[in-house]
Write a protein that binds this ligand. Sequence first.
Ligand code: HPA
Length: 249
Amino acid sequence: MPMSDIELAIIGGTGLYKLAELQDPEAHQPVTHYGALSGPVRVGILDGHRIAFLARHGEGHSLPPHKINYRANLAALQALGARRVLALNTVGGITERFGPRVLACPDQLIDYTWGRISTICEEPGTDVLHVDFGEPYTRSLRHAVVAAAAQANVALVDGGCYGATQGPRLETRAEIARMRRDGCDLVGMTGMPEAGLAREMELDYACLAIVANWAAGAGPDPDEVITLQDVLDNVAAASAGLPALLRAL
Ligand code: HPA
């Protein structure tokens, strides 16, 4: 396989462990400078285009957000020839427009994670990079996602601020209230350091967020308990439009 012909790499989040639409997928698990990736990269054809898919948490969802080797995942996709990465992230919704089952393409983020390796400049001897991150997602790829959704007639909120929390526990109501005050619309556990690393690695990167639940205290019933089943049911329902969106993209 030529190394430069992957047109889009997709990283799947919670509830999105494979891309059923991928034809003739081949599994690749390159050894990277950063160690082991989450699992095999499945490279196959979608509507005549070569697409790579990687399940961020592993295909059996065995990796919690803080244990994911984000660097290895991105380095593997890059080594296979990917230049554009679409990150699918399951999230909670904080503000009104971002209720359960909404799809959104955020344009900003705030990083609340800690203790994760968040740069490729760790090793002695590597140059220190201070990449511009004012606009954390690649504008052209974001616009392509928004246009693809419109073309495929899939409802998508254009914009929003993604707050990346440490997890794996969900947040307290006070934490979500603070995130709302900070300007966050969405909350998830895997948006960082992935987006920052992609920028350092010079990969185009955008996030397609799938709202699985109201974040703690954010919905109409402030006492609501968030269950994994609700999360998975809502992701499955909200993902119905994904194949059409990806085809248009
Ligand atoms: N908080 C953080 N991450 C999440 C949530 C949430 O409420 N739902 C899905 N991922």
